[in-house]
Design a protein around this ligand. Structure first.
Ligand SMILES: Cc1ncc(COP(=O)(O)O)c(C=O)c1O
Length: 379
């Protein structure tokens, strides 16, 4: 059978590089120049394995071992390992420390990957509800109630999981309070930091976390798929247990995880990431500025106020009304933005939008806001 290979030649991204991309899942994964250069050196398969002595995390050329030590310091945790993403980090924790059928208590704002990891690890779950429209806040005390209920029913609780910042509203949950509850009741605590580590400062021990699940491609300026699992010492034996047949290899990591460009881009971006989290307050100023300006034209920010994270979700009845009068229907907003060099909005959707201006200059932030206002006023 003949295969037409033309479509694989001259691949290019639909959204050009010159665009300002407002998609919150992509803003934290944009590479600095230093990391882009590294890709040229490491683009071959197994490119990190030139000096491997048997395990990925022990390689010193390139400095993977040192990097993992430094990441642990950066996160105020004890031991770190590369994974393929936050979801793999969560699964590794669940699969290693829970028994089949155990309950995971997690927040209602949890990402779908938390549920899929639970399912793959053959666990049960109960959710801690948010407080509903318009804030969708997770109240830490509700974790206590969930623990009480499950204990009263004689159910075995394997893990407490909290989404540090969720992908729907960009709410920053009070991890320290949930961590204290978990500690007091003696349950392990996993914090899903996919949207936080690499964007803003996160100190695991202060938050009483036993595990941090981090995403390189989402928030640590890395090419995907790549993540970090950071753990406390006392869980090392269980989570990083060695294979009986291949005693050097860690079973949950299937021996080695990322073996090329994604890991190298994460390492090359690390100095940049360490510096950028120090500027988090400035990022919050930009985010709050966008909220203030766009609320003036009838957008309504959902989630907690004031914003403590760059992901902004707006209810946009103004755009919805405009789409009814426009012959391009809901696509008009996406198309008008695109004409003006702005992308990352879901085409056709006008009821609600999610955006982030993380890492943009103030000049770019002004341009984004002025452009949206211009479209709303003129179209
Ligand atoms: C809150 C949250 N957790 C986890 C993930 C998944 O991260 P990864 O792709 O690193 O598995 C996402 C992705 O959007 C997310 O928003």
């Amino acid at each position: 059978m003949e295969i037409n290979l033309d479509k694989y030649r001259n691949l290019s991204r639909h959204l050009g590089r010159e665009y300002i991309n407002l998609n919150p899942i992509q803003r934290g994964g944009i590479l600095p120049v230093e990391a882009k250069k590294v890709i040229y050196e490491y683009w071959d398969g197994y490119s990190v394995c030139d000096y491997c002595g048997g395990r990925l995390d022990e390689i010193r050329t390139p400095p993977i071992y040192e990097f993992l030590e430094d990441v642990s310091k950066f996160l105020d945790m004890d031991i770190s390992r590369p994974t393929h993403g936050a979801r793999e980090s969560k699964f590794i924790v669940m699969h290693s420390i829970c028994k089949e059928g155990d309950y995971v208590i997690l927040d209602e704002n949890a990402h779908y990957t938390s549920y899929v990891a639970i399912e793959r690890a053959r666990l049960n779950y109960v959710t801690v509800k948010n407080d509903g429209y318009p804030t969708y806040q997770i109240e830490p005390e509700r974790y206590k109630e969930a623990i009480d209920r499950l204990e009263d029913e004689g159910k075995s609780i394997g893990l407490i999981l909290l989404t540090h910042v969720d992908g729907s509203y960009g709410n920053l949950s009070d991890a320290e309070k949930v961590g204290k509850i978990a500690k007091k009741r003696r349950y392990p605590f996993l914090l899903n930091c996919a949207y936080t580590v690499g964007r803003m400062p996160v100190k695991g021990k202060k938050l009483k976390a036993d595990f941090l699940a981090c995403s390189g491609h989402k928030s640590m300026a890395a090419s995907g798929p790549i993540g970090i699992l950071s753990i406390r010492e006392e869980f090392a034996e269980e989570v990083l247990r060695r294979s009986k047949n291949h005693p050097k290899k860690e079973v949950e990591l299937l021996g080695c995880t990322s073996r090329g460009v994604p890991l190298l881009s994460l390492i090359a971006s690390f100095p940049y990431v360490v510096e950028r989290v120090k500027k988090w307050e400035e990022e919050l100023k930009k985010t709050r500025y966008v909220v203030d300006r766009l609320e003036e034209i009838g957008f309504k920010q959902l989630g907690m106020k004031p914003k403590e994270h760059d992901l902004i979700k707006f209810e946009t009845p103004v755009l919805e009304e405009m789409s009814k009068r426009n012959k391009r229907r809901g696509f008009f907003f996406y198309e008008e933005l695109k004409k003006r060099g702005i992308g990352g909005i879901v085409p056709g959707v006008t009821k609600e939008i999610k955006i982030s201006v993380y890492g943009l200059t103030w000049e770019q932030v002004e341009y984004v806001v002025d452009t949206i206002i211009e479209i709303v006023e003129k179209c």
